[in-house]
Design a protein around this ligand. Sequence first.
Ligand SMILES: [Zn+2]
Length: 160
Amino acid sequence: MLIPDSKIQEVRERVDMVALVQRHGVELKKSGRSYKGLCPFHGEKSPSFYVWADEKRFKCFGCSAGGDAISFVQRLLGKTFVDTVHDLAKELGIDIEAAVDPAARERSQVKEATDYAARFFQDQLWEPTVGRHAREYLRSRGLLERAGRRAARARAAGLR
Ligand SMILES: [Zn+2]
């Protein structure tokens, strides 16, 4: 699923980079304008991993890993970009689903409506009196048996 750029931007802007890094097991100490700690991406004994709270970026001068909150989590946990953005958004209370392509939402609503209509007409067809004419018509065209099988399948699949 495509995540709108504005939401990705919102995640990047609202994340607390220092808290995020510490929550993932990296202890940070304030060092001038930045924070530093032991790099989680390579083994080291003296800290060369830096986090800038304002810019919300990290950089390791030992292994040259660097980036933003999304690439940090992605790299550390081996997750995809999309999964990482979703998880971070959830933590930050940013609603991605609501922003997702309104056309896609509309398509699923239309499908829901047509599914409902199909079920309605199927029910009508097997209604003893209401569906009698329709059944006779289908029988005359040799289609009734097929409609019956389809209705039975739908019932078996729990679609009714
Ligand atoms: Zn490193």
